[in-house]
Write a protein that binds this ligand. Structure first.
Ligand code: DX5
Ligand code: ZN
Length: 223
């Protein structure tokens, strides 16, 4: 898979959402990553489908909706109708994710599974044929600007070996030019980054540097 750079809207200046999204597009970002939190699954609250609609008005890039909620089955459809192109949800809340993966795809979006730091990667292995992407969290979900947890990166290579080169493997949490080598060399090709991109003084340079680091180190066949 090619390298995908996905700035996380959670880290942008929400008083200037439109300008921030346009800056990300101009900087060469591929997707917009949108974190949805319900105050139950994670100790924070964020965005609903109306924000997806707002993003859609400004940018034509894929909107990657990360559902950190206890009831993703209830809310996947409104996010897709609002313009989400990818919807991911946590395996921890849905041990049999097959029906929801199928429904997301039937509604015309791509479907992905997410694992929290303490969840074994083997939990998603039975569903890889029905999954467009696996998101491996590299921080405890809930907040932007946290420190990368290197132990989470150990899950990437086993997943890449099992899935082969055709699955998107996304990493989210503390991803930067500094942490890129360890995750990309293990087989991650989709980089979510909040602080490293939206908090940078020059977003164009930050996107270019993150992409270059992933391209330099990406290994679709890790040992
Ligand atoms: C955290 C969110 C992330 C967050 C990443 O729960 O899922 O998408 O915005 O932010 P950084 O890159 O700053 O860790
Ligand atoms: Zn996220």
């Amino acid at each position: 898979m090619g390298i995908v750079i996905a700035p996380s809207i959670l880290a942008c200046d929400l008083t200037r959402l439109g300008e921030s999204l346009r800056a990300a597009d101009a900087a060469g970002a591929d997707w917009h990553h949108l974190d949805v939190m319900d105050g139950h699954f994670v100790p924070n609250l964020t965005f609903g489908p109306d924000l997806v609609k707002a993003v859609r008005k400004v940018s034509d890039r894929l909107i990657d909706v990360h559902l950190m909620i206890t009831d993703p089955a209830k809310y996947a459809e409104p996010f897709i109708r609002a313009g989400a192109g990818m919807v991911t949800f946590h395996i921890e809340v849905m041990p049999d994710p097959r029906p929801l993966l199928a429904r997301i795809r039937a509604l015309g979006a791509k479907a992905g599974l997410v694992v929290k730091p303490k969840t074994p990667i083997e939990s998603v292995f039975p569903f890889l044929d029905e999954t467009d992407m696996v998101l491996i969290m590299t921080v405890e979900p809930g907040f932007t600007g946290q420190k990368f947890m290197p132990e989470c990166a150990a899950k990437i290579a086993p997943l890449r070996r099992r899935a082969g080169p055709g699955l998107h493997i996304e990493v989210d949490g503390g991803i930067s030019e500094t942490t890129a080598p360890v995750v990309a060399s293990a087989g991650a090709n989709v980089a979510v980054a909040g602080a490293a991109l939206y908090w940078a003084s020059d977003m164009r340079a930050a996107v270019a540097q993150l992409r270059a680091a992933f391209e330099r180190h990406y290994n679709p066949h890790p040992a």
